[in-house]
Design a protein around this ligand. Structure first.
Ligand SMILES: [Zn+2]
Length: 426
């Protein structure tokens, strides 16, 4: 299958913007600029007044939590988890996980996300199947809570998910081992997770150092800060992504560099739960390529990565009293290529020959895109994701001219609303 995006403004790999064509064969970009000699397109997309940007990579979320959007807001993290979120999650059945994931997938496609890292479950097999059907990349993990009686079984089910789905859907699906957080996972559990990770070659997805309360609790309990605690269990000998990383000291950051642990910054969630502001400027200065995520829909409350890109660009300017702290292009890289690297996605996150065709076209015929002095600046500081016009992932068109090709929006909204109301009243 050959696709040609014709006469489009392209965000090139070096972050210059050039007018040209993008030729795609199967899952890959084969040329950017001139159309290669002999290239015959099976499908042509008119790229005039469109801006082609790599698809957003949401490196940390809990997709099926869409069903809990607006269910519990303006609460302390532990009060929110213990008294609102975990009791409802305990009642979730396969249908809730599946329909919640479908709502998330629809929202992600419509806001220009082509890859997402999910930590949730049970029934992640259903999430994998829905993700393949929707046509975007899912980097899926069960979220295992170590102090739960079924914690070890959950890890073992995560290994089964890896064996059954890693690489499925023409490579759309990959699987990580989900270890919830230092404050929910005791040492022997983390050691077991490290053993399973090493024995099966599964990389790790964990929440780290989210709140000051977590630092206090872990330090009192184990005499170590969270990063030292998890390292002592052996888990950080495995390649890992660590969501949040709000409260870090220099030793934590040095460990992240040495052990290649990639932080996933979740500015919207950290603001809403009043967790704090991660030291992103310092992490970037140390050469750590910080990824971006939305976190779940009950702490954000949406899956719109362009909002996170803007927050990342804005928040650290105010925190550091430095308008140069995180420039627009750097924030956009955090939401695209750094996220793809963090999730071990090969050749994802740039529009260049030989890279995967994960591309979003933004419609520039809108007031917020006028005048066009600088398209990267307009995307990060002015536009919103309602200008997402066309989305390709792995060389397939999943949305074109505003219409999602792989999902039935009306049906999903109806089902998700009914399912969520039934869940909270169950
Ligand atoms: Zn999370």
């Amino acid at each position: 299958m050959n696709i040609l995006i014709k006469d489009v403004n392209v965000l090139m790999g070096d972050y210059s913007v050039q007018q040209g064509n993008i030729a795609i064969t199967d899952d890959k970009i084969t040329a950017v600029g001139d159309v290669p000699a002999g290239f015959v397109a099976d499908h042509t997309i008119d790229g005039r007044d469109r801006f082609a940007v790599p698809g957003m990579v949401n490196a940390h979320t809990h997709a099926s939590m869409t069903l809990l959007r607006s269910y519990a807001d303006d609460m302390e993290l532990m009060d929110w988890l213990n008294n609102k979120i975990w009791p409802v999650e305990g009642k979730m059945v396969e249908k809730d996980i599946r329909i919640g994931a479908k709502l998330a997938l629809l929202e992600m496609i419509k806001s220009g996300t082509t890859a997402y890292a999910d930590m949730y479950g049970p029934y992640m097999e259903s999430v994998a199947e829905e993700t393949i059907s929707a046509g975007i990349r899912g980097i899926l993990a069960r979220g295992a809570i170590g102090f739960a009686p079924s914690g070890r079984k959950t890890l073992e089910e995560n290994v089964d998910l890896f064996k059954n789905y890693h690489g499925a859907g023409d490579g759309l699906i990959s699987v990580l081992l989900g270890v919830h957080a230092p404050y929910t996972c005791p040492p022997d559990f983390c050691q077991y997770a490290a053993e399973l990770s090493a024995a099966n070659g599964i990389n790790v997805h964990i929440h780290m150092s989210e709140t000051q309360a977590e630092i206090k609790q872990i330090t009192e309990q184990y005499g170590k800060r969270p990063f030292q605690y998890i390292e002592a269990t052996g888990l950080f000998n495995r390649p890992s992504i660590a969501a949040h990383c709000v409260w870090l000291d220099d030793a934590d950051m040095d460990m992240m560099l040495a052990k290649k642990i990639t932080p996933v910054h979740n500015p919207g969630s950290n603001l809403k739960l009043a967790s704090g502001i991660a030291p992103v400027k310092k992490l970037l200065e140390k050469g750590i390529k910080v990824a971006l995520g939305t976190d779940g829909c009950s702490s954000n409350n949406n899956l719109d990565m362009l909002e996170e890109v803007r927050l990342a660009a804005m928040l650290h300017k105010a925190k550091e009293l430095d308008p140069l702290a995180v420039p627009a292009a750097e924030a956009l890289k955090m939401g695209t290529e750094y996220g793809a690297q963090a999730l071990w996605l090969d050749k994802v996150g740039k529009i260049e020959a030989g890279w995967k065709a994960d591309i979003v076209l933004y419609d520039l015929n809108r007031p917020e895109w006028c005048p066009r002095h600088n398209l990267v600046s307009l995307l990060v500081y002015s536009a919103n994701s309602s200008s997402v016009d066309t989305v390709l992932c792995n060389g397939k068109v999943v949305m074109e001219k505003g219409e999602v090709k792989t999902m039935d929006q009306e049906k999903i909204l109806f089902e998700a609303n009914a399912c969520a109301m039934d869940l909270v009243n169950r």
